[in-house]
Design a protein around this ligand. Structure first.
Ligand SMILES: Cc1cc2nc3c(=O)[nH]c(=O)nc-3n(C[C@H](O)[C@H](O)[C@H](O)COP(=O)(O)OP(=O)(O)OC[C@H]3O[C@@H](n4cnc5c(N)ncnc54)[C@H](O)[C@@H]3O)c2cc1C
Length: 370
């Protein structure tokens, strides 16, 4: 019998789950409908970096999940035939303000690299060598280059995954739906009972699950970034992305788009208004490394709402008292790295192939939803 599956939320988790449900073996037994109202979506607002290996975070589950997430990308990109616009492995440059800290990080990176093939190779670069790799920088810092790092454009990534899923029998409906107290889903077409429901509604998950009498402990955080257009000769193609310590990331795309981001506002709730102060702060951060930039090159400002848990860790799994409901969320500021692997795990669970030990990657769902 064909199982009916609903995915609520079409950000990076929902879109990846939809893709895998249209791709993995066993998918002939499921009919998938994805609902997304595309309001404030963090994924579409984000351009980001996939390079978790040198993070300062000490949460072991988070690191195991982020490492696995970064590893998944090469398979996912091939399977979904994603374009260079959506994802490209350009390498990343990580900096430290203090030279001794950089050397210590380089030492750690060399050890990690030996057990982590996805990191590629690791190089310690002086400022001139950084400038060679990123010729648009006028004031390059010293840094560590990690060749396995990548950049992603969230909007293109989701668009391409969903196009692939739709071509393989997933229905995508652009609307807000609600969950009813008995677990049915109400959409503009009426009320439907699904065999499985994947809830991936990001910062809105509390609202989604409240009708089930559940309290989801996630809070919204506003994130803003700016896009600039700069002259980039074709020989500058495939420049790495830079993660300067305590400053905004610098993310060049082929063709002249330069993204600077992102901000983290904890006191603005679900507000999606671009703020001049954030724009100025991002621009000044970029100017510290590229003095030739002018404000007239800013072409866009994007705003999205991230979801944070109390311990800043993502979570995923089945609801304790309603196992037909699978949830994934709380991705915070590293969701582009951890989102796809969560989408993959949830899709595998729907298909009955849940073989991984999820406790290596997340605390139980009951730690976040009660
Ligand atoms: C400016 C910015 C920069 C970022 N940079 C990075 C970065 O460099 N690296 C990184 O790893 N991460 C980054 N992030 C974080 C990352 O984008 C998020 O953690 C991740 O995309 C969240 O994905 P999600 O699928 O959980 O939620 P979302 O992408 O927010 O998707 C949830 C979707 O559910 C929909 N929805 C909610 N309720 C309903 C309903 N009832 N019915 C239908 N649809 C509903 C929403 O409209 C939304 O479209 C950034 C985020 C922002 C905002």
């Amino acid at each position: 019998m064909v199982k009916q599956v609903a995915i609520i939320g079409g950000g990076i988790i929902g879109a990846t789950a939809a893709f895998y449900l249209s791709y993995l073996q066993g998918n002939e037994n499921v009919q998938v409908t994805l609902f997304d109202d595309d309001h404030g979506q963090a994924t579409k607002a984000a351009s980001g970096i996939i390079s978790p290996w040198l993070s300062k975070r000490r949460n072991k589950r988070w690191y195991a999940l982020a490492k696995r997430g970064a590893e998944l990308y090469s398979d996912l990109v091939k399977a979904a035939q994603l374009s260079d616009k959506a994802y490209q492995q350009t390498g990343t440059i990580v900096t430290r303000k203090n030279h001794e800290d950089l050397l210590s990080l380089y030492h750690d990176a060399q050890i990690k690299q030996q057990q982590t093939p996805a990191m590629g190779h690791v190089e310690l670069l002086d400022a001139d060598a950084v400038q060679k790799k990123m010729p648009l920088l006028t004031n390059p810092p010293e840094g560590i280059f990690v060749s396995g790092g990548a950049r992603i454009d969230g909007a293109d990534f989701v668009k391409e995954l969903l196009e692939h899923a739709e071509a393989n029998n997933v229905q995508v409906k652009h609307e807000r739906v609600s969950v009813l107290p008995n677990g049915d889903v109400r959409s503009s077409e009426g009320t439907q009972t699904f065999d499985h429901v994947i809830v991936a509604t990001g910062a809105w998950m509390h609202e989604t699950l409240a009708p089930l009498g559940l309290n989801v402990k996630v809070r919204p955080q506003k994130g803003q970034l700016i896009d600039l257009t700069v002259a980039m000769p074709s020989k500058w193609r495939n420049m790495p992305v830079m993660m300067p310590e305590s400053m905004s990331d610098i993310i060049p795309f082929n063709g002249g788009k330069l993204v600077i981001g992102a901000t983290h506002e904890n006191d603005e709730g679900f507000d999606l208004t671009p703020k001049p102060a954030a724009r100025n702060q991002l621009f000044e951060n970029a100017k510290a490394f590229i003095s030739t930039l002018s404000e007239s090159q800013i072409t866009d400002m994007r705003v999205g709402t991230r979801a944070y848990t109390g311990d800043f860790a993502p979570f995923f799994g089945a609801l304790p008292d309603l196992s037909s409901f699978l949830v994934g969320g709380g991705l915070g500021s590293s969701g582009l790295t951890t989102g796809p692997i969560i989408g993959y795990f949830l899709a595998q669970a729907v298909l009955g192939n849940h073989s991984d030990d999820w406790s290596r990657y997340t605390k139980p769902v009951s730690s976040y939803i009660g």
